[in-house]
Design a protein around this ligand. Structure first.
Ligand code: FES
Length: 110
């Protein structure tokens, strides 16, 4: 098995229900698309993943590595909306990498 196909496993909490998710690198362009598809979230990710709409908000705990770094539009968008908590993230800016193994992702209502 090449490393791109290695399973990436994490927990998703949606409406107080805990789900175990298993995916792999490249299964979706980013976490937002996985959550939207797997949990049938209609108004989630409205800007298509450019980091501007903030309709893809999650709390992401126990992520590691480069995924901890907020880049591109993410810091500006979160600051504009008053989210200063380190764990509040735009799921469209989180990619399906080993950094998400064992993470706890909570889908936030906005
Ligand atoms: S999809 Fe719009 S900010 Fe993430």
């Amino acid at each position: 098995m090449n490393s791109n196909q290695a399973p990436i496993r994490f927990t998703v909490i949606e409406n107080d229900t805990i789900h175990q998710v298993s995916t792999h690198h490249g299964a979706y362009p980013n976490l937002m698309f996985l959550l939207k598809e797997e949990f049938l979230l209609e108004s989630f990710g409205e800007c298509g993943g450019v980091g501007r709409c903030a309709t893809c908000l999650v709390t992401a705990k126990v992520i590691t590595g480069d995924s901890l770094i907020k880049e591109r539009n993410e810091p500006t968008t979160l600051e504009r909306l008053g989210y200063i908590d380190e764990s509040t993230r735009l799921s469209c800016q989180l990619y399906l990498t080993k950094d998400l193994n064992n993470a706890e992702i909570t889908i936030l209502e906005i």
